[in-house]
Write a new protein. Structure first.
Length: 99
């Protein structure tokens, strides 16, 4: 299925005038999507690293809402455990920030 993404003009583009353009990608051919920080027009923005099964990689400034919601959601994920005790999300975030 095709979905619209906005990607930077090259995977290594860090220029101030970076141009993002719309592209249709086959979501069945996506190997992975990772949240990243991207330098875009002199600012750091939250973006996405999209890797296709062919090995092609894209820095996306926008992805379909369905993909973003999958990354943001913990639904269906296993519980975090330390020494047999389950942690809540807030306890886990606190532990990460203290490291």
């Amino acid at each position: 299925m095709l979905a619209k993404f906005n990607v930077l003009n090259s995977e290594n583009d860090q220029s101030l005038e970076g141009i993002d353009y719309p592209i249709l990608l086959n979501t069945d051919q996506i190997a992975s999507v990772k949240s990243i920080n991207i330098m875009y027009k002199g600012n750091i923005i939250k973006g996405f690293w999209v890797r296709m099964v062919s090995g092609k990689k894209y820095k996306a400034t926008r992805v379909p809402a369905e993909i973003k919601s999958l990354l943001d959601s913990d639904e269906g994920m296993s519980q975090r455990e330390i020494n047999g005790s389950q942690l809540t999300s807030s306890e886990y975030q606190l532990d990460i920030s203290m490291q």
